[in-house]
Design a protein around this ligand. Structure first.
Ligand code: DP6
Length: 322
């Protein structure tokens, strides 16, 4: 049985940064994200008794090495749970513009968890899909749901999963300022590990994030966009601050990232409702009011170029296509 599932990417507003268990991918802190409709992955899986090895095709190109290994983590868990021993053929199409340089592990691993479990005949609940996706990539646990989503850190493998918070249907969008598509020098996996192990700023990150999360959930409940935005910027700045204290120190920021952040601040002082965030790369994302997004996009594009500023609305959760 071949199953195809679509998952959208998500961007964290309260970041996940650091693991307390590397194999189970249990995070040090709970996080909160927004699922977006502009970027997504469609993944098909079939278990095939004639195959002697797992095969993984990404945008029609067969993958080997670490990229295949990450996929096999999910396949092995599904084989374990279903009792199927056959090898699998996995075909993924990433609908992320090639110039984007955006991480696709969240949508990729969530779509894979959905397709592999369905192809094996497992009828997993959303909660168990989130737990399964988490094992591929922490942020993928959140792509199971649409809108605002919290990944509760939990106490163990069973209760560390995402929960839906709000459908975000209240004039919200996100702009992506694409600055650089180069492969990142320090992956998020390696970067968070180094930070946890060596940065003296790390404990304050964990401690202060708990309060940020409570305040952000309040802001969402009250539809208080500006408090939501301020907390979003604060979480990103604090996360990135921890990397400067690591040994060896590193940063994902590039000169243009700072230019973009400053431009967002300037536009805000001119009356726009816009707040930046950044992940494990130089691109800057801007949380904004959908009703102001087109005008903001024009301002940002006049500095960074039209092809470099993309707009997204709110995305939905995992969806079985066939
Ligand atoms: C900065 O989910 O890619 O985007 O669990 O090691 O696969 P692994 O990491 P990943 O890390 C995402 C880090 C982040 C913040 C976030 O998405 O919460």
């Amino acid at each position: 049985m071949k199953k195809t599932v679509r998952a959208h990417t998500n961007i964290a507003l309260i970041k996940y940064w650091g693991k307390r268990d590397e194999e189970l991918i249990l995070p040090m802190n709970s996080s909160l994200s927004l699922t977006l409709d502009a970027f997504y992955t469609d993944t098909s899986v079939r278990f095939d008794e004639t195959k002697t090895e797992d095969e993984f095709y990404l945008n029609d190109v067969q993958q080997t090495g670490s990229s295949l290994k990450k996929v096999q983590v999910i396949l092995d868990l599904v084989r374990q749970q279903s009792g199927i021993s056959h090898k699998a053929v996995v075909e993924s199409q990433n609908h992320v513009p090639t110039a984007a340089g955006l991480a696709s592990s969240a949508s990729g691993m969530a779509a894979l968890a959905g397709a592999a479990s369905a192809a094996a005949g497992l009828e997993l609940s959303r909660k168990d899909l989130s737990r399964l996706a988490r094992r591929g990539s922490g942020s993928a646990s959140r792509s199971v749901y649409g809108g605002f989503v919290e990944w509760q850190k939990g106490t163990n493998d069973l209760d560390s999963h995402a929960v839906p918070v709000d459908d975000a249907d209240w004039d919200i969008g996100m702009l992506f300022i694409l600055l650089n598509k180069k492969e990142k020098a320090v992956s998020s996996r390696e970067g968070m590990k180094r930070t946890v192990e060596t940065s003296p700023f790390y404990p304050s990150w964990v401690e202060s994030t708990e309060q940020d999360l409570i305040q952000m959930k309040d802001a969402i409940q009250n539809r208080d966009f500006d408090t939501l935005g301020k907390l979003t910027e604060r979480s990103a700045l604090k996360m990135h601050a921890t990397t400067l204290g690591a040994v060896e120190p590193f940063t994902y920021w590039e000169p243009d990232s700072l230019v973009a952040m400053e431009l967002v601040r300037t536009l805000r002082s001119e009356g726009f409702h816009c707040y930046f965030t950044m992940d494990a790369g130089p691109n800057v994302k801007v949380l904004c009011r959908m009703s102001e997004a087109k005008e903001l996009q024009r301002h940002l594009a006049s500095r960074f170029g039209e092809d470099h500023v993309l707009l997204s609305g709110i995305g939905e959760g995992l969806k079985e296509l066939s």
